[in-house]
Design a protein around this ligand. Structure first.
Ligand code: GRF
Length: 190
């Protein structure tokens, strides 16, 4: 059974989808650690209620990225983490974690990359009036949503869809695509 860490900053619905898939045995893995950079993120209680260890840190309390990533890396090593899934983690990875987990860090992004990188991808896409939207899962590198693409799923945007409708569609896709993609990646992991 593979040992996963999930990094998140917010609500954690993708964390929950991964957790459910692990619990159901659909993914041969267990989430052993959740890393959160926001003290009041909803994902914290969701993980704690499942008995999962959560490491909450305040980036501002450290001198720089290297300093807090060094502490995170210690936690990951303590838990023998083999693979990292970012699920709404709003922070770029630095060299400490990228070097330690090369090829073993993935992210989910609510657009068809390389379009609409960064924050509020859905709002960006709506502002452009795009007619096809979607979700991307990609490897994480030092850039913002720039790593090699692993999986994508698209949908047609109907004229009468509101921002909320679109967001609900994106989430529904994410909650299936992320566990499915992780299952495959973890099966292929050497
Ligand atoms: C998701 O839409 C994901 O694509 C993006 O951030 C959102 C996180 O949502 N990176 P949640 O916290 O998993 O509900």
């Amino acid at each position: 059974m593979r040992r996963l860490a999930v990094f998140a900053s917010g609500t954690g619905t993708n964390y929950e989808a991964i957790q459910r898939a692990c619990e159901a045995g659909e993914i041969n893995a267990a989430i052993e650690l959740v890393v959160v950079d926001k003290a009041h993120a909803k994902v914290i209680d969701k993980a704690l209620s499942k008995g999962i260890e959560v490491f909450v840190f305040d980036p501002k309390a450290y001198e720089n990225k290297k300093a807090y990533e060094t502490v995170i890396l210690e936690k990951l090593r303590e838990k023998d983490i083999e693979f990292i899934a970012l699920a709404g983690y709003m922070r770029l990875f630095g060299e400490v974690l990228l070097n330690a987990y090369e090829g073993r860090i993935v992210n989910i992004h609510p657009s068809l990359l390389p379009a609409f990188k960064g924050k509020d991808a859905i709002g960006q896409a709506i502002a452009y009036g795009v007619k096809v939207m979607g979700v991307t899962i990609h490897y994480v590198d030092a850039g913002m949503d720039t790593g090699r693409i692993i999986a994508q799923q698209s949908f047609d945007v109907a004229d009468d869809m509101s921002h909320d409708d679109i967001e609900a569609n994106i989430h529904a896709i994410e909650h299936v695509l992320y566990p499915k993609t992780l299952k495959k990646l973890l099966e292929e992991l050497k």
